[in-house]
Design a binder for this molecule. Structure first.
Ligand SMILES: *Cc1c(COP(=O)(O)O)cnc(C)c1O
Length: 389
């Protein structure tokens, strides 16, 4: 067919040579997916079953990331979401209905708690909170309508390691699903499916991305039933992830092992150093006996990552704790974690119910890839400056 130049812009005749082979997964962008024939057009979300149908359900780049996360966690299938929080809300929307009851640990990531209290309750779902250290004592919290139990191990900020197998045993006896936020372990150091968990999620924003420059999440399921239930909700909520961000996460995966190894070593060294300091009451690092649930970390985990918290002694007030954080020169102040830069954030538990009495003396540290001697020096000078206030 003879083409006008304007038509050629859309349907070009000239192309680059074929046959390029690279180590990098190409970034496939696309909303429209082309079908060979009118009769083959369909809008099914399950691209594993029917091939590609629409960009919302994934392109080769997003599904490659999903496949690699799934293989890392040893699940059946993985969905990629626009962030960790999107993974949390999607799990709730996919598995719950009005009249169901959900158990949530007090130590859960705050936006997860808020979704339960502010959204799920509005849709008629009952929520109750349990102490993260409850273990098999969770049995007494089940109701006839308990559909799901959330776990997060270790918990956000306060770092309690949960007895996940005991909670799984109780939940399965009661016919409830167990969902785990497995972000801290990067899906690597805690094998959730081997410990009986039904559904996991991760903020890929954290260790998988690893460079504080993308937002992505994942949901991994144990079996086909959960896959089907999540898939249709994923489609209807319209939870698509950007292939560009997925390509950055695929790049992040390649260096995950060495980043984890380095931050594990540095975090352990700093945690032990801090534990000996006179200003510190306790160090909440799962690999240290001072962390609640340390025995479950020892039993169930194969390593530790770079995020832990410290609690100052009672004589140090909020102003001094803030002075410590402000005096840090290498540690920056900011939310999110698991990037290459070390971070420090002070938290205030003074007016929170059912939480340990850490008041405003708790600081969470994310250990990055800086030299560990430099980080020690930075903590030391900040402690000295705090004391001289
Ligand atoms: C950051 C985080 C999330 C949410 O991830 P986003 O990608 O920031 O939405 C969920 N759970 C935990 C434990 C987190 O630390």
């Amino acid at each position: 067919m003879k083409k006008d130049w304007k038509t050629k812009l859309i349907h070009p005749d000239a192309h680059a040579p074929e046959g390029f082979r690279s180590l990098a997964m190409p970034t496939y962008r696309g909303s429209t997916v082309l079908f060979p024939k009118a009769a083959t057009v369909q809008d099914t979300w399950d691209q594993h079953a029917v091939g590609y149908t629409y960009g919302l359900y994934g392109t080769p780049t997003t599904l490659e990331l999903a496949a690699q996360i799934c293989s890392l966690e040893g699940g059946y299938r993985t969905f990629i979401t626009p962030g960790g929080q999107a993974a949390i809300s999607l799990i709730n929307l996919a598995f719950l209905k009005s009249g169901d009851h959900v158990l949530v640990p007090e130590s859960i990531y705050t936006p997860n708690r808020k979704f339960a209290v502010e959204v799920l309750r509005r849709f008629g779902v009952e929520i109750s909170f349990y102490l993260p250290t409850i273990g098999s004592g969770i049995v007494s919290h089940f109701r006839p309508n308990t559909r799901m139990v959330w776990c997060e191990s270790p918990g956000s900020i306060t770092m309690e390691v949960q007895d996940v197998p005991a909670i799984v045993a109780a939940a399965h006896k009661a016919g409830a699903l167990v969902v785990l936020d497995n972000t801290w372990s990067a899906g690597v150091y805690f094998n959730a499916f081997a410990h009986g968990v039904d559904v996991t999620m991760q903020a890929l924003t954290k260790y998988i991305g690893g460079h504080s420059d993308i937002l992505l999440g994942s949901i991994t399921v144990r079996d086909e039933e959960a896959y089907k239930q999540l898939g249709s909700t994923h489609q209807l909520v319209g939870c698509a992830a950007s292939p560009d961000d997925c390509s950055l996460a695929l790049r992040g995966l390649k260096s995950l092992a060495i980043r984890l190894k380095t931050v594990e070593g540095s975090a352990l060294e700093l945690a032990r150093w801090l534990a000996k300091r006179p200003e510190i009451e306790t160090v909440l690092h799962p690999a240290l006996p001072s962390c609640p649930g340390h025995e479950f970390w020892k039993r169930d985990f194969t390593g530790s990552s770079g995020l832990f918290s410290i609690v100052f002694r009672r004589e140090f007030g909020k102003a001094q704790v803030h002075a410590f954080v402000d005096a840090l020169e290498l540690f920056e102040i900011g939310y999110s974690w698991a990037g290459v830069a070390s971070l420090a954030v002070a938290y205030d538990f003074q007016s929170v119910k059912n939480r340990p009495e850490y008041g405003s003396r708790i600081v969470r540290l994310n250990i990055g890839l800086e030299d560990v001697q430099d980080l020690t020096g930075d903590l030391e000078q900040a402690l000295e400056r705090m004391r001289s206030r």
